[in-house]
Design a binder for this molecule. Structure first.
Ligand code: SF4
Length: 291
């Protein structure tokens, strides 16, 4: 990339016209950004069909070398641009975030295509993340399914424009120019579903509330446990609990005793009756199997 001095000049210190191709007065940020924007090294990885278009972009017909971006690196430690090209599954988001954390700062992320931007045709699928921006800070979105190489090139130029506007002194917008590295992005956990560790507090609160509700419901249900009796067994026993309670007999020949209590609240007589009935049911089932 040729160095065009007149592009580096700032307007606040005008250089005489006859010196403009010899002398440039510029800011450190502008010089620094000029170097970075023309040597972006994308990470070499692809996820789905969009990756084919990314590969085509690197071919001679489209020629990413014009932008100094042809050096695709097969290691995150030498890359400063992550092009997320394709469908992001819940299984893949874990290594993607890990790779992002391994990239040195300053680093940029591009969501290429409908899938990476928002789930695309697979949005809300059981195995698909609805956009890489749920986990990583995306700098540029490239629409399309898939985007053409021209669209990807326009996305790369947009990242260059974004870099041009970045300042070495704005530590709030660009933490990597501040003191020390920024915090790594928490790596999601793949369980029965994907879990974002940043939402762990909310997940724990909801799980506790659900468990509490389930406990209350089961305690309530145990207090209202229906005590079913076989009418035949009760009749055979003569003094069955069903008969004692005067419960109704249903079509299946079973009697429900209204106001049944939890097992530990039942009187000894009822418990004994329950055991007897269990033995008799067992005998009836054995007889049915033998038929
Ligand atoms: S956006 Fe379209 S082309 Fe790109 S990965 Fe998704 S389905 Fe494939």
């Amino acid at each position: 990339m040729d160095l065009k001095l007149h592009e580096l000049n700032t307007t606040s210190y005008p250089v005489p016209a006859d010196l403009q191709n010899t002398v440039a007065i510029t800011s450190l940020a502008k010089l620094y950004n000029w170097g970075r924007r023309n040597s972006l090294w994308p990470m070499l990885f692809g996820l789905a069909c969009c990756a084919i278009e990314m590969i085509a972009t690197a071919s001679s017909r489209f020629d990413m070398s014009r932008f100094g971006m042809e050096v695709m690196r097969a290691t995150p430690r030498q890359a400063d641009l992550m092009i997320v090209s394709g469908t992001v599954t819940k299984k893949m988001i874990v290594p993607i975030v890990r790779l992002y954390n391994q990239m040195p700062e300053p680093k940029y992320v591009m969501a290429m295509g409908a899938c990476a931007s928002g789930g695309g045709p697979f949005k809300e699928g059981y195995n698909v993340v609805s956009g890489i921006d749920k986990y990583l800070p995306v700098d540029v979105y490239v629409p399309g399914c898939p985007p053409t190489p021209q669209a990807l090139l326009f996305g790369l130029i947009s990242i260059q424009r974004k870099m041009d506007g970045q300042s070495l002194t704005d530590h709030d917008a660009l933490p990597w120019y501040g003191v020390g590295p920024s915090d790594p992005t928490p790596v999601p956990i793949l369980g029965p579903d994907i879990i974002d560790p940043r939402q762990m507090d909310m997940i724990r609160r909801k799980a506790e509330a659900t468990a509490k509700k389930a406990n209350a419901t089961s305690l309530e249900a145990s207090r209202e446990l229906p005590v079913w009796r076989s009418a035949a067994l009760a009749a055979a026993a003569g003094t069955g609990a069903g008969a004692a309670a005067g419960g109704a007999v249903d079509a299946g020949g079973l009697t429900r005793i209204p106001g049944g209590k939890a097992p530990w609240e039942e009187p000894e007589e009822i418990r004994h009756q329950r055991q007897q009935n269990a033995l008799k049911r067992k005998a009836i089932r054995a007889a049915q199997r033998a038929q």
